[in-house]
Design a binder for this molecule. Structure first.
Ligand code: APR
Ligand code: PHB
Length: 390
């Protein structure tokens, strides 16, 4: 088997890369460890920056997004018994769209298959060889047996547990990492959202987030200890804790309903530099991770592959190497801005240390500053809606 770009991973990064390459006349094959059903059901975050919506729209894969996604022009911060709206669109002229990541994944899979593109689901034992030569090869196994996919380049889009990065020598990369002493417990509930915009709450018992998916479905999160087991969180305990942390504004109550899905996700920040080794190009969660507080994960993945698609297209159309050579540095500028923003939102909103009242006072002061300074609120808003693409 031979293709131009071999893509490992069918998350937003790998699927969008395959789609953008096809639009530019470049062939690719996508290899995915899980089944189609599994990747389409995997519940993840759901906030698209304006630039991500524009990218999906320009690429012709946003029809359902425009029908079913909800445009939001502000977010609410709750702290110290008060609620404050950050009017993002008024401050920046841009907005976000709430649309689940797995819906983006469904749309991209449908578009690829409709165009006759290849996605091999349920492949096993993916191994990359020859990355430092002109003929990289991806070996893998599926129900039909062992295969070799020869290609010009490999795009490692296989997320935080992938194998691509480990196929290059460890000394080729430097990693920058921070783990947080907490996790998020996320639930999807059949409850009509009691909010129109996302609510980020700083509470003395820990952070809570009220998000939504549709007029019937709420998506909620609670800060929990990283070693908590989901079995210790029966639905009643989750609702009680959400009430305590969110019902802090007079007259406001949460809507409850059956919980459809729940899980605990650790929080971490990670950047691997550079995002390339020889003919291996890394994108998305395979090379950087952000805590979800800034809602940047999917947006960074899409921004990476927009650059990468242009770089590969330049190489095939005009033998250009400059865009391939610039990929890592260009992408990392956006990655580090998102790292800082995600770290900042995380630090401002979570209970960091039980013993440290000083931290709590600083958080309240920072939130107060966002609530009273147009300059500071604009800084939050422009990062949240997403800085323009370079
Ligand atoms: N072989 C083939 N596929 C693999 C392998 C492997 N060895 N390892 C992992 N994968 C697949 C995963 O099953 C997954 O479908 O790679 C895909 C990676 O997709 P994502 O994890 O969604 O990563 P990415 O496309 O970079 O999107 C980033 O996902 O986790 C969220 O918060 C993150 O929103 C961000 C987004
Ligand atoms: C979500 O809707 O899942 C969501 C929203 C905002 C975040 C994280 C997750 O910061």
């Amino acid at each position: 088997m031979r293709t131009q770009v071999g893509i490992v991973g069918a998350g937003p990064a790998g699927l969008m890369l395959a789609h953008l390459l096809r639009l530019r006349g470049v062939d690719s094959v996508v290899l995915e460890a899980r089944s189609r059903d599994y990747v389409q059901r995997r519940v993840r975050a759901g906030v698209l920056e304006q630039g991500s919506v524009d990218l999906l729209t320009e690429a012709g894969v946003a029809d359902r997004l425009h029908r079913e996604g909800a445009r939001h022009e502000g977010i609410e911060l709750r702290f110290a018994g008060r609620a404050h709206r950050v009017p993002m669109t008024e401050l920046t002229g841009r907005a976000i769209t709430v649309y689940g990541q797995q819906e983006v994944v469904k749309d991209l899979i449908a578009a690829r298959l409709a165009a006759g593109g290849e996605i091999r689901f349920e492949v096993q034992d993916v191994r990359l060889d020859g990355l430092d030569g002109a003929d990289p090869v991806i070996r893998f196994r599926d129900a039909a047996g062992d295969h070799e996919l020869h290609c010009d380049f490999v795009a490692g889009c296989d997320g935080s547990h992938g194998v691509s990065r480990g196929s290059a020598p460890a000394e080729a990369f430097t990693s920058y990492e921070r783990t947080y002493p907490f996790a998020w417990l996320g639930v999807l509930a059949e409850a009509s959202p009691a909010v129109h915009e996302l609510v980020y709450a700083n509470h003395e018992r820990g952070f809570a987030l009220y998000s939504l998916r549709s007029p019937e479905i709420s998506r909620l999160y609670l800060q929990v200890d990283p070693d908590e087991e989901i079995e210790d969180w029966p639905d009643e305990r989750i609702w009680a804790e959400l009430r305590t942390r969110l019902e802090t504004v007079p007259g406001w109550t949460l809507n409850t309903g059956p919980i459809l899905e729940k899980g605990i996700t650790p929080m971490r920040s990670l950047v691997i530099e550079p995002m390339r080794w020889q003919r291996l190009f890394l994108a998305g969660d395979a090379v950087h991770i952000v805590p979800p507080t800034g809602a940047k994960g999917m947006n960074l993945a899409l921004a990476d592959v927009a650059l990468l698609a242009d770089a590969f297209a330049g190489w095939y159309a005009e033998s250009r190497t400059d865009l391939l050579d610039a990929y890592s540095d260009t992408a990392l500028r956006r990655v580090w801005r998102a790292q800082h923003f995600s770290w900042w939102m995380t630090s401002m909103l979570h209970r960091l240390d039980d013993q440290d009242p000083y931290e709590a006072k600083l958080q309240t002061s920072t939130l107060d500053y966002v609530a009273t300074s147009r300059a500071y609120a604009t800084s939050l808003a422009e990062n949240y809606v997403g800085l323009p693409r370079v």
